[in-house]
Structures are given as structure tokens and as C-alpha cells.
Write a protein that binds this ligand. Structure first.
Ligand code: C2E
Ligand code: CA
Ligand code: CA
Ligand code: CA
Length: 278
């Protein structure tokens, strides 16, 4: 099946990475790609869904192989996590995103929120807070403009460790969002103990909200939970005008998704923000 896919698709086949040899090859390629600067960061705008005004962007990692194929992050991030490579790759993403944030601040975007995904292995790594502090210090960004995204499952993994880390992050001035919210089983009391600033409604519930009442119930629950805890809420994966209207009607004001913009390289993000054609 892989041979068939090679010619016709720019992506690796989804089956790749299932057997150990393929995984090893992919990891070797990833290491080489990282060393040869074939990893880069794209940015997806986040908007006020009522006015369309830009509020920030999420930094997303891309890997373009020597052959020009794009390997989706869902395939290589897990490998990077298992191998520990994510610690240095994650630092690269953090620094790159902070540099870009600094550029935007200098262009007048003084309260633009730059969101960076942090994986569990990175978060757990002893040097994480120092890496964060160094990135903030070296790029001289306003720390309040940096938001770290951790997943709901990570937040619930090891409560004591996570609470300590969240407190340290808070001291740097950066904020924290819980990503893929709604997919885990955190309770109100657990959430209340965590020093987070924002909930991100998982794409699955945005999609479901349109087709089933169960889906819209979950979206509504997350929005109400956020409201009762005084947290901001953003919906990801907004693809249609109907979804935008529906999430707004449920009380969610911030959104991210293909309806507004796809993830784009830095120069295109800047053009998009200036409302110039891409
Ligand atoms: P995520 O953090 O949930 O990121 C959102 C994903 O949804 C992105 O996929 C984005 O391109 C996609 N997306 C945004 N709007 C829409 C939409 O309207 N429709 C659809 N169908 N998809 C949309 P992407 O870039 O492929 O990333 C996948 C996942 O890989 C991310 O999910 C995140 O878990 C991980 N990832 C990406 N970059 C990084 C990184 O720098 N560090 C870490 N640790 N993980 C990353
Ligand atoms: Ca994310
Ligand atoms: Ca997400
Ligand atoms: Ca996700």
C-alpha cells in the first residue's frame, strides 16, 4: 500500500509508523531533518468570531523531507516524544514562535497572543522552566503574550507535578491553555485547582455540535465551565459559517479554523494580519 501512496500523495501513508522498522527509519529521517533545518513553524490565526479581528496565532510544526514530502505532525510528534527528541524540537518551536511574536510586537501587535504546543515529555523535562525563561529573556517578548497549550490528559496525568509547573509558568508571566478540552474526564474540582487561563474546545465537538445535540451539549458544557471559572474559551476547527454562528450562539467568542485561515508561514501570517492578499 505504501508504494501506491508514494507516487500519488505528498503525505506518507497513514499505515507508516506502525511497524518498528518503519518507525526507526522515520525517526532517523526526523533527526536528520531537524539537523538540516527541514523543520519549520507555521502559524494559524485565532480571531474574535464576531468581528473577525485577529487575537493571536497557534504555532504548528511542519516537516518537509528531502524528497519534498510533508509528514503530518500526528505521525512524527509521537516518535519525537518517545525518543526524547521532542525536548530539543520543542525548544526550537518555542524560540521560533517567540522570535516571530517579537517581530509582531514591533509591528504594533502589542497584545497578540502566540500559542505554542507543549508535549508531556517536554513539560516533564527538568530544564523546561529554564528553557522557557531563556526563550522569553533572549527574545524580549512580553511574556503575557505567550500562551502554552497543554492537553487535558497531560493536565490530569500527575496532579502535583503539573500544579507545580503551572505555578512556575505563571511566575514567568506566560499563560496556559488546556488543549483538546472535552476529550478527557477532568472534573470541575480538578480544573478549579489548576492555574490555567483558557480552555480550547476540541475540533471533534465543534464538528459534532453541528450534527448532534450530544455534540452541542459538550460544547455548551465546556463554555459554561469556562465561564463559571472565569476562563477564556476558544473553539478550534471552525470550518463553516454555520459552525461560527453556532459557537457564537453558545457563547464562545474566540475561534480558530480553516474558515478564517489555514496555518501559514510567518511571512504570510504578517500579510494576512495586514489584510493583504496571500
Ligand atoms: P492541535 O494542537 O490540536 O492543533 C490543531 C490542529 O488542527 C492542527 O493540525 C491544525 O492544522 C488543524 N486545524 C486547524 N483548523 C482546522 C480546521 O478548520 N479543520 C481541520 N480539519 N483541521 C484544522 P496539525 O498542524 O496537523 O497538528 C496536529 C497536531 O500535532 C496538533 O494538534 C498538535 O497536537 C501536534 N503538534 C503540532 N505542532 C506541534 C508542536 O510544535 N509541538 C507539539 N508538542 N505538538 C505539535
Ligand atoms: Ca494545540
Ligand atoms: Ca487541539
Ligand atoms: Ca488535537
Amino acid at each position: 500500500a505504501k508504494q501506491q501512496h508514494r507516487g500519488s500523495s505528498q503525505y506518507f501513508s497513514p499505515a507508516m509508523g506502525t511497524d518498528a522498522r518503519e518507525r526507526f527509519k522515520l525517526l532517523k529521517g526526523l533527526r536528520a531533518g531537524f539537523e538540516d533545518n527541514r523543520l519549520f513553524v507555521v502559524y494559524q490565526p485565532q480571531v474574535d468570531m464576531e468581528s473577525g479581528r485577529a487575537l493571536g496565532a497557534e504555532a504548528l510544526l511542519r516537516w518537509r523531507t528531502e524528497e519534498g514530502k510533508f509528514v503530518p505532525p500526528d505521525q512524527f510528534i509521537p516518535l519525537a516524544e518517545q525518543s526524547g527528541l521532542i525536548v530539543s524540537i520543542g525548544e526550537f518551536v518555542l524560540r521560533t514562535a517567540c522570535h516571530q511574536l517579537k517581530r509582531l510586537e514591533e509591528q504594533g501587535w502589542t497584545d497578540f497572543r502566540m500559542c505554542v504546543n507543549i508535549s508531556l515529555a517536554q513539560f516533564r523535562h527538568a530544564g523546561f522552566i529554564e528553557t522557557l525563561n531563556a526563550a522569553l529573556r533572549d527574545t524580549e517578548v512580553n511574556p503575557n503574550n505567550l500562551e502554552l497549550e497543554i492537553t487535558e490528559s497531560m493536565a490530569m496525568e500527575d496532579a502535583d507535578l503539573v500544579m507545580g509547573l503551572l505555578a512556575s509558568i505563571k511566575r514567568t508571566g506566560a499563560t496556559v491553555a488546556i488543549d483538546d478540552f472535552g476529550t478527557g474526564f477532568s472534573s470541575l474540582s480538578q480544573l478549579r485547582q489548576l492555574e490555567v487561563d483558557r480552555l480550547k474546545i476540541d475540533r471533534a465537538f465543534v464538528r459534532e455540535a453541528q450534527v448532534s445535540s450530544a455534540g452541542s451539549t459538550i460544547a455548551q458544557m465546556v463554555i459554561n465551565l469556562g465561564r463559571s471559572l472565569g476562563l477564556r474559551v476558544i473553539a478550534e476547527g471552525i470550518e463553516t459559517e454555520e459552525q461560527r454562528q453556532q459557537l457564537l450562539a453558545l457563547g464562545c467568542l474566540e475561534g480558530q479554523g480553516y474558515l478564517f485561515a489555514r496555518p501559514v508561514p510567518a511571512d504570510q501570517l504578517e500579510r494576512w494580519l495586514r489584510k493583504e492578499p496571500l
